[in-house]
Design a binder for this molecule. Sequence first.
Ligand code: S3P
Length: 745
Amino acid sequence: MREGDTPPADPSVLIVGLGMIGGSLAAALKSSGYGGRILACDPNQEEIAIGLEMGVIDDGGRDLAALVAQSGLVVVAVPVLAMRRVFEQLAPVLGERVLTDVGSTKRRVCEAAREAFGRLPANFVPGHPIAGSEKSGVAAANPALYRHHKVILTPEADTTPTAVAMVRGLWQRCGAEVLEMPVDRHDQVLARTSHLPHLLAFSLVDTLARQDERLEIFRYAAGGFRDFTRIAGSDPVMWRDIFTANRDALLDALDDFETGLGRLRAAVEQGDSDAMLGTFDRASHARHYFETLLNQTSYQTMEARQVQYRVSPGGSVNGRIRVPGDKSISHRSIMLGALANGVTEVKGFLEGEDSLATLQAFRDMGVAIEGPHQGRVTIHGVGLHGLKKPAGPIYVGNSGTAMRLFAGLLAGQAFDTELTGDASLTKRPMARVADPLRLMGARIDTAEGGRPPLGIHGGQPLKGIHYDMPMASAQVKSCLLLAGLYAEGETRVREPAPTRDHTERMLNGFGYKVDRDGDLATLQGGGELTSAPIDVPSDISSATFFLVAAAITPGSDLVLEHVGVNPTRIGVINILKAMGADLRLENPREVGGEPVADLHIRYAPLKGIDIPVDQVPLAIDEFPALFVAAANAEGTTRLRGAEELRVKESDRIQAMADGLDVLGVETTVYDDGIDVVGKVGDGPSYHGGQVDSLGDHRIAMAFTIAALRADGPIAIDDCANVATSFPGFVALANKVGLELTEISA
Ligand code: S3P
């Protein structure tokens, strides 16, 4: 729109069929302040009268043609099988007006439109709001019915874009989230998630009612019965129509359900306790996962959840704590456990959003996984070729590691997959894995600029390659090694500097030989993985926030137990020691192929240093916290050779520089690094203030600990993603002596 143009007025909307669904649309539009008139057509004049009295429509009646003439957008909200007759009446009078519907099945509705109009009109945008109620009639209209609910549109390639935009805008006005998908996919998805549960509820209540004609037993029905059967009170005509219209997809879903029910019946009959537990455990976890999605508390919707941290200034940190399990090792434990032959028992698994997404992804690919229960997970491996095609895209949340490692292992599968993630991940570079995988023979689609989502075509024969990585990335290395398991011949990956080697260690632990020759990691395709127990150490990247907290705060004395000190991860220890930190490794030992120690740190004055370039990949995730250490060190700390920081969950160089600037810390930013000018003394090192974490967990935690040396409180915005790597951070921070509150909006 050019400046000076007036925005197009809201078109008058005609709702054909003023029931609960159509009435709720009218009510939602009214309460959104919609500018156009809202009209309704319904053979039942009583419904129109109620709609007028409720104030949800402006006018209405029975004369469809006359009402169409007054409208710019027609929404057909009658039961699916009644659509055809309405379309026939609309065909001669619709003209250029935009048409949409709210039917729960889309193939049948499109066929009806095709028959009535002679073709699918280009101004017809089939739609389906995924919201409802067991109540019917306009009297049950609810203006909030569509708020935070999904509406699926199924336009064809030749549907007019302005028509799609108009319908999309209409639903967004009602507070809905609008998605698009092909017609058949819509019908299959809905058959499983909506139609099948309705069918089961109807059937169960009817079966029980027949057995007890006086309906005596319903008196004794408890919450479980009520929860399971609420939807059996839904409109019978509407559901008869839906089951008729979506017959084939529903029968497919019912076949799968009957197979599952048969298995469970046999388990009950035979007293097969393992089989029962396996089913209940998988279902219970899947249900909890859905619950978090439905409650908008999962990583999937976390971007919308606003969490602010408020940290009081001052204090010191003391005590003995254990931070959660290592994120990198947790991801890999599930991946390799799933691909192994046999059962893998994992201890210390990180129950953070990122690694839980990986776990769920394997459940979606048919792997039975029990837990996590207090960090314990049991994975029933299916072997390298035992994964099944997931029903939908694999969602990996905020995790670059998951997306890149998955890209490698999925490139070797027989089936196609799609990998998606949250808004932050969608901006991150994936060509770094897609390009070398293509050299191996993989077929991978990316979005523009090599960004997610990734479409991975299965069934492609892979061959081993020699790859010199242009950047020091453990994720790229691991991706190629995982693809190499499926490749013919040898896969050789050379790294320009040492990066974390958890993949190589764990593969060796699972009996799959990875050779290491200097900077070159090599494996031969076509082998097998054998399950082995995994003890995940505490994550040194999470421990770092507390190491720095103690290092900068007089009076601090803290022990972090059981921290992973793999030589490819200890950059932070080397750097802090070089800055003068009083840091000792106590009780060193090895668990499950990974070195572990207790880290004992006491306050000692720090000095600024030039960070050795060879330490950069070894401390890559620790820099946000290390910049806070630098702000509390005497003199300037200089970092170079760290351009990778710009493509993490945020541009970590800029995000930290901006936040430090708010606190009054002097920094100079370079393409590949930063100078931080520190200040020391007995008093505070900088001011308080409000900083933005940009949704990056490590930026959020770095500024939390910065408050220990500020002269006023620090408020940090957008902290929900701390749960991706460090569940329980707030409680643990308070336990050791910080004063941190979490405010959720
Ligand atoms: C990781 C590797 C690192 C690191 C990330 C986890 C891994 O990324 O930043 O948090 O688990 O392999 P790059 O290897 O891409 O630098």
